[in-house]
Design a protein around this ligand. Structure first.
Ligand code: ZN
Length: 274
């Protein structure tokens, strides 16, 4: 739903190939794509990419400011005697996939300006950009779920004065069956924010998005305690979940839009940049 809503809400100055019905359908299909990479049978892929779906901000922040580059973060984690796959790599993966989309859109602009309109290369570049946009959507969607940002990701741990659930069920109960049974595009769409370009550094903007999501961790547990994720839940739990899905869709739309705008900016040649 997040991928579909984002693609449907792209501003009119985004090229039509990204907003067509076929593109919306493909971006929708690609939403769960990284979850298709989680089979134990595909063992190397599963191991490498599973940590890209989440970040436990508490242990990550305990190591100091988040470095912009994945390998710098991983080096810090190893130096602290810890393992990156336990803490998570969400913001690096999301930023890197966004940059792939940016590159694809740059290529598209170049071809659109230099090749004929029936060039097969243009169609290929369009397909690449659609794929990256859909792939990106998975992580932005994960990033709207508070339980993807915390050590409290599936049952409360540590001191528990409010008596929150400690069962290892809340994560999937909330984002799986509860959403599937109770949330629809029609309730989410009106909660989306107006489209905007993301100003400043994309990694910083994405981390700010995750930190905002993380402010709702305890709220998820409060809603669960009130029966919010059983059956039809409560008015509050449905409102909250619709807002979270809308936040994910709005962020994904804005990231795709920003990639399109940024792809027009000139970049230094790969050889002179060194
Ligand atoms: Zn995921």
């Amino acid at each position: 739903m997040i991928n579909r809503l984002a693609a449907m809400a792209l501003p009119a100055d985004v090229p039509a190939f990204l907003r067509s019905e076929a593109a919306v359908n493909e971006i929708d299909w690609l939403g769960p794509e990284p979850d298709r990479w989680r089979l134990p049978a595909d063992s190397e892929l599963n191991a490498a990419q599973s940590p890209e779906h989440f970040i436990d901000l508490e242990p990550a922040d305990a190591l100091g400011p988040l470095p912009h580059r994945r390998l710098d973060f991983e080096a810090k984690v190893f130096a602290a005697g810890q393992r990156p796959e336990k803490i998570g790599l969400q913001p690096w993966e999301a930023t890197e996939v966004w940059e792939r989309l940016l590159v694809a859109l740059r290529e598209y602009r170049h071809l659109a300006a230099t090749a004929g309109p029936t060039s097969p290369d243009i169609l290929a570049a369009e397909q690449a950009a659609i794929f990256y946009a859909g792939w990106l959507g998975h992580y932005v969607g994960d990033g709207s779920q508070p339980l993807h940002t915390t050590v409290q990701y599936n049952g409360w741990t540590g001191p528990n004065p409010n008596g929150y659930t400690t069962a290892h069920e809340i994560h999937w109960q909330f984002e799986g069956p509860f959403v599937a049974s109770n949330l629809h595009i029609a309730e989410i769409q009106p909660k989306m924010t107006p489209a905007r370009a993301i100003e400043g550094d994309i990694f910083d903007g994405y981390v700010a998005y995750l930190r905002h999501t993380a402010t709702y961790v305890e709220r998820v547990y409060q809603l669960e305690k009130a029966g919010g994720f059983v059956g039809q839940g409560t008015v509050e739990s449905r409102e909250f979940t619709a807002e979270r899905l809308a936040a994910g869709a709005s962020m994904l739309r804005d990231m795709i839009y920003t990639a399109w705008l940024d792809s027009a900016k000139p970049v230094p040649d790969a050889h002179t940049a060194k």
